[in-house]
Design a protein around this ligand. Sequence first.
Ligand code: FAD
Ligand code: UDP
Length: 366
Amino acid sequence: MTCPVDWLVVGAGFAGSVLAERIASQRGESVLVIDRRDHIGGNAHDCRDANGILYHKYGPHIFHTNSRQVFEYLSAFTSWRFYEHRVLANIEGQLLPFPINLDTVNSLYGLSLEEAQLADWFKAEAESIAQIITAEDSVVSQVGRRLFDTFFRNYTRKQWGLDARQLDRSVTARIPVRTNRENRYFLDEFQFMPHDGYTALFQRMLEHSKIRITTGVDYSAVRHIKPRCGTIYTGPIDEYFGHCYGRLPYRSLRFEHVTLDTPQHQPAATVNYPNDFDYTRVTEYKHMTGQRHERTVITREYPSQSGDPYYPVPTEENQAIYSRYDALARNEPNVWFVGRLANYRYYNMDQVVGQALATFRRLNQS
Ligand code: FAD
Ligand code: UDP
């Protein structure tokens, strides 16, 4: 049966929405966007509590990029609020800057090192590791085992349900080590929050006469329909192929959103709890959004084995399974696999937008 649309887009997150927008606005072709959730925006979706306070349904999403192309593309759908993210780690009740910097080391160990001394101090702490393979190697080779044990060992175990030795180095390589007092989480050239939130950005992106959106619909229910031109699939790749090579593991989270009767709960947007509690971090959104209110919303993130797939788990074994699915995907006619779940890759939002724009260029040439 032929569907009366040119394109079917599975998933209304960044990957699917960017492609739907590009196809509709640049090729003038019709697009049906479906999502099994009851809303658009994928994991970047945000909404308001009963008091009108904006929060992120799937945990804190901070936009940062070095890609001018990605920033300019998204700027067509939102204005921005300048925001630079800062994180504190709660170590036995002491709130310390994270990523580790000069102030972290001095406060934790009661030292008064100068900037020029810290690189040597790290060198003395670091272990020499011939080949940096795991998430543990990546940290221990830079700052040593004491700091690894304090900030990384338990957080990583909690977050992934695996030891840092079982995970690829890329997991902790996301976190820089600083010898100065820089305390921003990201150093990217463009760091902003969408002025009216992410959902408003997605609404503008998808507002086009050629785009139809249906939420609450799973791909399995419409799979038999063949769109005229092609399908953009942004769901889990193993699910698309009926798990024929086995299930790819995804780490899930349970989000506990709480409205508190106080104007401010904590001194930074995010406080990490590496060694205490079952949750990894607590985020207070008003720091990011600049909203003023006598109440505040926080989110606690509890990692979990079951639930929605959020994080592909980067291990060698999983990568090998993914490669087999990827080989099938490459031979699937007229289907483009885009985004974090379809590529089984730990991408940030800007990387997904960049990948979707690159996919559109390729698709235009095919
Ligand atoms: P998604 O946003 O997951 O969208 C895929 C959509 O497809 C989903 O809505 C899903 O419901 C739908 N779908 C899947 N399968 C089907 C199906 N069979 N039928 C119908 N619909 C289907 N990135 C940053 O840049 N900065 C951050 O601060 C940041 N923080 C994060 C915090 C957390 C807790 C998490 C989990 C991620 C974070 N990210 C962050 C990453 C960011 O969420 C992703 O890069 C981005 O949202 C991925 O977009 P996507 O379109 O690939 O996938
Ligand atoms: N991490 C850690 N301690 C922390 C923060 C991060 O051990 O206080 C490790 C952990 O393995 C985590 C990874 O570094 O999964 C990447 O952290 P990031 O903050 O980038 O995680 P995300 O925001 O993607 O969940």
